[in-house]
Design a protein around this ligand. Structure first.
Ligand SMILES: CCOC(=O)Cn1cc(-c2ncnc(N)c2C#N)cn1
Length: 305
């Protein structure tokens, strides 16, 4: 994977881990009740972190995730307003959240309302996804009659997550928690998909992460929720236009522009080429368009912020 720029030093916080596009910090004073999750402007595709970053991406996706958190009726990990939460560093205030530190469950809680990506690949091989048998004849990108819960085991850093059955998830976290993860994931997805549909947007699939609050024991929704990095969103009018080819119909509101450009300019060997300024700009515009369509407002953060 490309060497990513070191996470910025932040007063009062100690950098502890960097994912492809986000960086985690813990309080420098050793308080293990909180965590700072910083969304970078990095964009990844085909398991590579690409250059250059997309100015404004981190802020826009953080704002979209917080917008969704405020509309999902269940406990979440945000520590906003917690009297003892460490201060938010001003350097990242528009693209970070101070959160309660949870005991994270090692399950990526994926819900699919349409079949594509790794789910469609597994279906093609086995006729099922995560042990859930599906009807014959499903095409890539088809909507499913009902959303399905298709969990994945959170692989160690840098490895691929592995699709698992619900029963295997119960072995990992216990049957009660496994059932609670599935119920919460399907409920949130169903409500979010309806809200998106009312705005002409198809929520095709998404990934949730949950943890256990060590003080209260309650199930808490964590990570980012329903962003273009954790979800596939399609434009309903394009999707329903049978005259369009598959790629145009499934033009997602995120990295499709990047994926299409890379597919035409990189043979997948060695490091990917840097993205041209026009691709960077158009990618930001697509992230922004989804934000405006879903929330009905302009994002607060602006590129270069
Ligand atoms: C690099 C970005 O982080 C991740 O990829 C996923 N992740 C989340 C945690 C986490 N751990 C404890 N408490 C939390 N509230 C969270 C959250 N969110 C760890 N990794």
């Amino acid at each position: 994977m490309t060497n990513i720029a070191p996470a910025p030093a932040l007063p009062g916080w100690t950098h502890t881990y960097s994912g492809k596009v986000r960086d985690l910090y813990v309080p420098a004073n050793g308080d293990d009740r909180f965590l700072l999750v910083v969304a970078s402007n990095r964009v990844s595709a085909f398991d590579h972190v690409l250059e250059p970053p997309i100015p404004g991406k981190g802020g826009l996706l953080t704002e979209l995730s917080n917008w969704w958190f405020s509309r999902i009726p269940m406990p979440n990990h945000l520590a906003t307003g917690h009297p003892e939460a460490p201060a938010m560093p001003s350097e990242v205030a528009d693209r970070a959240v101070v959160s309660r530190r949870l005991e994270m469950y090692p399950v990526e809680c994926v819900v699919r309302g349409a079949l594509t990506g790794s789910g469609f690949a597994e279906y093609q091989r086995t006729g099922a996804v995560c042990g859930i048998p599906l009807p014959e004849g499903i095409e890539d990108g088809d909507l499913l009659d009902e959303p399905i819960y298709t969990p994945a085991y959170k692989a160690p850093l840098g490895e691929h997550d592995e699709n698992i059955t619900f029963e295997r998830s119960a072995e990992l976290v216990g049957p009660e928690v496994a059932a609670a993860l599935r119920e919460a994931s399907l409920r949130i997805f169903t409500e979010a998909r309806q809200l998106a549909a009312e705005r002409g947007v198809i929520l095709a699939d998404t990934k949730f992460e949950f943890g256990r609050d060590p003080e209260t024991g309650e199930l808490v929704l964590a990570d980012e929720v329903l962003t273009s990095d954790s979800s596939r969103y399609w434009d309903a009018s394009l999707y329903l236009d049978a005259a369009l080819d598959r790629s145009a119909r499934l033009a997602s509101f995120d990295k499709q522009i990047v994926r299409n450009w890379l597919a035409a300019h990189w043979d997948r060997t060695g490091e990917p080429p840097a993205l041209p300024a026009e691709i960077v700009s158009r990618t930001y515009d697509r992230y922004r368009e989804l934000f405006v369509r879903l929330t009905g407002t302009e994002p607060s953060a602006t590129p270069g912020a």
